[in-house]
Design a protein around this ligand. Structure first.
Ligand code: CO
Length: 206
């Protein structure tokens, strides 16, 4: 007896529903993917990329990690960005954070969390970079602001990769956006930090 049988049944029902509506859906999608968007979001189970922007399979390329961090030496994330830009020719990269992010919360406390503390160092760095914007805040206000500032910092990190820099140098139209998701009401907010060229990086920096 497969204890995950209910998930396989869910899958079969889902696939059948789509095929009933559009018999060619899977066969045409199987030939190629041509998404316009790359999503870099948190692994949190409450923030599923396709569902919250209501897009079907094939429309968005996705990378998720704890607290949606873009680290200059993370080959996994960099490979996703390179493939998305150079091969899939996506037009928009969305870095999406969320309020109530437990990764951000863990980075704010003084407890030990094991291996992940090394990953969360990057969030602590964001806290240090923006100390002047955070030090006069407390509690949830500080927590929420760090969730937002982390998105803004990761947008800058995406823009500073040689992948994006070279794309812009070669005249490719590509925008990098920063959004934040409210897990209490399901609403996304644009943090007004979209960058479409190398010279905008400094202009948009807080
Ligand atoms: Co999170």
């Amino acid at each position: 007896m497969n204890s995950l049988q209910h998930l396989l049944e869910n899958n079969l029902n889902w696939a059948n529903t789509i095929t009933e509506e559009d018999p060619e859906f899977f066969s045409s999608l199987s030939k190629q993917q041509s998404p316009e968007y790359l999503w870099i979001g948190c692994s949190d189970s409450r923030v599923p990329a396709n569902q919250i922007i209501d897009l079907p399979p094939g429309e968005i390329f996705v990378h998720r990690n704890i607290a949606n961090v873009v680290v200059h030496t993370d080959l996994n994330c960099l490979s996703v960005i390179q493939f998305a830009v150079d091969v899939l020719k996506i037009k928009h990269i969305i870095v999406c954070g969320h309020y109530g992010c437990s990764g951000i919360q863990a980075a704010m406390d003084d407890h030990e969390h094991g291996l992940i503390d090394n990953w969360l160092r990057h969030i602590k760095d964001v806290g240090r970079f923006y100390a002047d914007k955070l030090n006069n805040l407390e509690g949830d206000e500080k927590f929420n602001r760090l969730c937002e500032l982390n998105v803004i910092e990761q947008v800058t990190n995406v823009c500073n990769t040689n992948i994006i820099q070279n794309a812009w140098k070669n005249g490719i139209e590509l925008s990098v956006h920063g959004w934040i998701y409210n897990i209490e009401n399901g609403i996304l907010k644009d943090l007004d930090t979209s960058i479409t060229s190398a010279k905008q990086i400094e202009e948009k920096r807080l």
